[in-house]
Design a protein. Sequence first.
Length: 486
Amino acid sequence: MELACSLQGIVRWLPIILAGFVLFTEVFEFRLAVQHCHWPYPKSTYADVEPGTSPYGVVRPHHLAIVADPQITDEYSYGRTGFLLHLTNFITDLYAKRNYWFIESVLDPDTVVILGDMFDGGRQWADEAWNVEYQRFRRIFRLDHQQNTQRPTIYNVVGNHDIGVGETIIPGAVDRYQRTFGPLNHQANVANHTLVFLDNLSLDNTHIPGLAANATQLLDELRAHPKPFLPRILFTHIPLYRPDGTDCGPHRYSLGTSILQHFGFQYQNLVREPVTRRILESVQPEAVFTGDDHDQCWIHHTLPATGDHPDPASSSDFRIPEYTIGSFSLGGGNPRPSFGLLSLHNPTGIPTAYNQTTWELQLCLLPNQISLFIRYAVVFIGVTLLLGYHTYRQLSRETSAYLTIPTSSIPFRNSQSGSPTAAAIPMEDLNPGSIDTYRGQLYDEDPAPPVRKCAANLVRKTLRKIVVTCWPALLTYFICTLYFTI
């Protein structure tokens, strides 16, 4: 009896429980993942702290979020068409938009840098179709709200999925990118740092006049700049060269693997070694941030201490960290998409010494959407079994009542008085078939095999309970989805 009461109570509250479960999974799971991330403190902030000031010191660091390879899915992504393509686009867009919404609302970055590959098939699209995909990009990164002065400034780096790479770069895609996002190569002064945005895809291109020249010109300008200079941070798409087998560090999802040089149609995994050396010697960055690989990889490059060194007095080699940020997209092949949080702190504006760190990076992992789908499947199976068991118990009680024959309506054997209630028929003298037949005659019902009839009732009533129980959860999912898609 206690089991029946407790089971009945669970079933009664199950619609509210499921609605809360969906709300947590669709909203709070993502919010908590972003909220778990914190802006790091550069070491230079500690020297700036005065009594009574915030932990940041006198001047709050500049907060910069780094997003790599949003790579909006399209018909070039997996060869899907029709409903399956629309479903894929819907799920991946919702995932990216929801995460970016929480990045802005919870972390409130001052600046956002997107490290290329905005679209998966961007280089192949004709202008009309590309504009449709671009509107999806605008909705995901809330560019329609950019007029709001509280929104972060967004910088973009060109990727091979946007224009191609090397000799396979598509001139029309280059023109379209520049009309929409601005120049391929440029620099910006942000928080007393020089942010360098370099198109390293074009440095191997010879068939488009002037294309490689733009990147070369920027490198020459940076190399010729008189020293000392403000700290430089380099943002580019393809990871820089490193020897095969270089360890990618503990943050890589595919542990034990490294980024190896491979070339293919419209892609190459690493910038060639001579080009890499030229980039590092010209820019002399404090740090390099790249994308393209879809997985995390943290390494160091080494430049020999020469007269061009930022700190010529130093006798040690110049170590330059490179951080490859994992894909922001659910469809990027990495089950744990990620983004980076970069804090910049150089309040005085005075060129820093070689060994003074004015920046700090924090990697943030996003929810594993596949595990959330599995969680939904497990919960649905559990709910189905629970409601099926609850229905079975109800039908068992009804069947027990069904097998209770009214004694006043059956002539009893061995009854001398003839009273209809004098004795009961021994149940061993009856079988379920005769009982069912007799009940059918008594109540004008068509006799049916009890097992088959009960099974049909069990399935029908269980399905009805599933619909009644799950519709609040479905409504909650619809509202959450609508909230993040409008």
